[in-house]
Design a protein around this ligand. Structure first.
Ligand SMILES: O=P(O)(O)OC[C@@H](O)[C@@H](O)c1c[nH]c2ccccc12
Length: 268
């Protein structure tokens, strides 16, 4: 049990769905990231995915790829992301942090060092989209020992692997709405609600949906059946569009307000 579990339990009691933004840490720079995290919480976010930028983000569409490129200019790595989370916590942010990273940076850092750092950094969950199932047992054991939830992704094509994935799931189950890469979508495949229902019937954990969700209407649609909704690219695009304001000391607040207003209209 950690802050993530408590947050989902609290939301369940209130019959609310968690709004879970994704941002790339260090985009457009590290100072701004702490302010953006504060704005996300003020706008109604219930937890946040803090992305570790990576040079080869194979599951990401162009919006998050560009965010990774911008963040890599500031040499953002796993340690820097955890430090940023601690700065946000010290600045009064209460919501749980989920660290999002590809597997290679974790291997570079070393598995035990990685989970020790997550535990010390008060990180509640971790998502590693390209974690090979063969390596996931060892990673999950270390995650459990560090009281950090290794959140699995389940895709509509997971089929016979769903039971195995769900049997190892921690924190929540992240249902990927569509195949392909991240990025806003105008529509979703017709069986997406059935897919979510199938997953919900097979786990007691909260079930969240992500990939392509970019509007209040889409959040409302999925909030009917999900315990959480993840929005990444649409928010990262808002950050990108406001970089000139965010990087101008005199207009920074204006830029932050734009992001807060966009996220506020997502929360139902
Ligand atoms: O950007 P989208 O389409 O709103 O999807 C969420 C996504 O950004 C976030 O959860 C994420 C960012 N990169 C990923 C790679 C794989 C799976 C998930 C992700």
């Amino acid at each position: 049990m950690n802050l993530m579990d408590q947050t989902f339990q609290q939301l369940k009691l209130q019959h609310e769905t968690a709004l879970i933004p994704f941002i790339t840490v260090g985009d457009p720079d590290l100072d701004i990231t702490v302010d953006i995290i504060k704005q996300l919480e003020a706008a109604g976010a219930d937890m946040v995915e803090l992305g570790v930028p990576y040079s080869d983000p194979l599951a990401d569409g162009p919006v998050i790829q560009r965010a990774s490129q911008r963040a890599l200019q500031h040499h953002v790595n796993i340690e820097v992301v955890i430090e940023t989370a601690q700065k946000a916590r010290n600045a009064g942010v209460k919501m749980p942090f989920i660290l999002f990273t590809y597997f290679n940076p974790v291997l570079q850092m070393g598995l035990s060092r990685f989970f020790t750092a997550l535990h010390k950094g008060d990180i509640s969950g971790v998502i590693i989209p390209d974690l090979p199932i063969e390596e996931s047992e060892e990673v999950r054991e270390l995650a459990d020992a560090a009281n950090v939830h290794l959140v699995p992704l389940v895709a509509p094509t997971s089929n016979d692997r769903i039971s195995h994935i769900l049997s190892k799931a921690r924190g929540f189950v992240y249902c990927v709405s569509s195949l392909g890469v991240t990025g806003e979508r105008a529509s979703f495949f017709s069986g997406v609600e059935e897919f979510i229902q199938t997953v919900k019937e097979r786990t007691d954990l909260p079930v969240a949906i992500g990939f392509g969700i970019s509007s209040g209407e889409q959040v409302a649609r999925f909030s009917k059946i999900c315990d959480g909704v993840v929005v990444g690219s649409a928010i990262v695009r808002q950050i990108e569009a406001n970089i000139p304001l965010l990087l101008d000391a005199k207009r920074r607040e204006e830029g932050l307000l734009q992001i807060k207003q966009f996220v506020s209209q997502l929360k139902q």
